[in-house]
Design a protein around this ligand. Structure first.
Ligand code: V47
Length: 391
């Protein structure tokens, strides 16, 4: 241990005690990446041993037209602007059918806050997918979109009603997007107009009460401080405590820390986080979120290489085969066309190889972490979901 400040924190981790916000800050300020990794790895092994989860999924970004203009976002366009698009329900069903015939167990569907599409577009989309490909899990709409849907369906205060209607139409769970960083200063500077943390957490609370599982994210490495990052972890941990203590039927399954990609955004002048920062954030997520079962690396943003190393730094979960991704564009080798673009796909064999090479055991899961057995594009769930939030 090269940083003696980490000794009392290590004692707590080995004793299974909860870390304080101060501890979190000490970890983020420390340059002793190996000790931080070792501590996170200890917790990871205690919870999951050598198991590393991955899933076969497809991301669908149904429209990039957005009423908001978040400074960190290179994805949004205004209606009529060059590059703006919106998929019809038929086009989305086509994507879903392709995904299903390729063996996907999950569709991850999100888009901008479209100013003109009616609420029925969203329920029609869910119903049409459900009818065309009944076995596939639909994880869709961030909390930001849910609040938008509540507004356009003229019931801004009835989040439970909106979520129930979406659930009845086929919604299976909520993704973790749109959380950004839970801080009002950062909110007002970088994504003013978007919902604040209280609303984001309200949506997830209502979803949990309805038995919908949800995920969480944090977008870091832009204008937030280290204190803001820790505050974000603490708010998520509290919200998860609430779900557990009240026996809600849903809860947070995983956090996906998202490193900021500056290219093409209004914050392009910022450098974005380094590989070391990324590893540290994944590890500190594992250490601070003691009531979250999983820490997920989204390889699209972390790269497959950092993802592989991160399995020794607290990560037990990798998203996924992905296929197409519009929100950030890689200029690396993952693009099938050889350049930057939105086709970002990794095959199951490559994902498994990445995990095995790192010394871990790959386990395919569905969206709610049940084990999946696969024969090519055919798959079936072979294990029931674990009953508690942390295992
Ligand atoms: O909400 C936007 C972020 C999120 C940029 O729930 C950016 O399983 C980096 O939430 N640089 C969408 N990030 C991605 C997301 C996600 C991904 C994988 C799995 C899950 C899950 C959720 O991407 C947005 C926003 O926070 N984002 N712009 C950017 N320039």
């Amino acid at each position: 241990m090269s940083d003696p400040n980490l000794k009392p924190i290590a004692d707590k981790v080995y004793a299974g005690e909860r870390l304080s916000a101060e501890d979190g800050l000490t970890l983020l300020r420390s340059r002793d990446i190996w000790t931080i990794g070792e501590l996170a790895n200890h917790v990871r092994h205690k919870l999951h041993g050598k198991t590393t989860y991955y899933n076969v999924n497809r991301h669908i970004n149904y429209s990039n037209i957005c009423a908001l203009s978040c400074k960190f976002c290179e994805f949004y366009r205004k209606k009529g602007q060059d590059g703006a698009y919106e998929d019809s329900v038929e086009q989305i069903v086509e994507h879903a059918q392709k995904a299903a015939s390729g063996g996907a167990t999950e569709l991850h569907i999100v888009g901008g806050l479209h100013p003109f599409l009616p609420f029925s577009y969203y329920t029609d989309m869910l119903r049409a997918i459900r009818e065309a490909v009944p076995a596939i899990h639909i994880k869709a709409f961030t909390a930001v979109e849910i609040v938008h849907l509540a507004r356009i369906s003229k019931r801004p205060n009835d989040l439970a009603g909106v979520l129930s209607e979406l659930k009845a139409a086929g919604l299976g769970s909520l993704p973790g997007g749109g959380a950004e960083v839970f801080d009002d200063r950062v909110h007002d500077e970088a994504f003013k107009g978007k919902i604040r943390s209280d609303k984001w957490l309200d949506v997830h609370r209502e979803a949990h009460k309805l038995g919908l599982m949800t995920n969480a994210t944090m977008l870091y490495g832009h204008i937030e401080s280290l204190e803001d990052r820790i505050h974000h972890f603490c708010m998520l941990r509290e919200a998860q405590d609430e779900a557990i203590e009240n026996g809600y039927e849903g809860w947070f399954q995983t956090i996906i820390p998202l490193p900021f990609f500056p290219d093409g955004s209004e914050l392009e002048h910022l450098p974005g986080p380094s590989g070391l920062d990324n590893l540290k954030m994944l590890a500190v997520s594992r250490l601070m979120l003691d009531n979250f079962a999983h820490i997920k690396s989204f390889w699209i943003m972390q790269t497959l290489e950092i993802t592989q190393v991160s399995l020794d730094f607290g990560v037990d979960d990798i998203d996924g085969t992905v296929v197409w991704y519009d929100i950030t564009k890689l200029n690396g080798t993952a693009d099938a066309s050889g350049g930057g673009g939105t086709h970002q796909e990794v095959g199951v064999n490559e994902l498994r190889k990445t995990i095995i090479e790192a010394g871990y055991d790959p386990v395919e899961r569905d969206t709610i972490y049940r084990r999946v057995e696969r024969d090519g594009a055919d798959w079936r769930v072979v294990e029931a979901r674990s009953e508690t939030a942390t295992v």
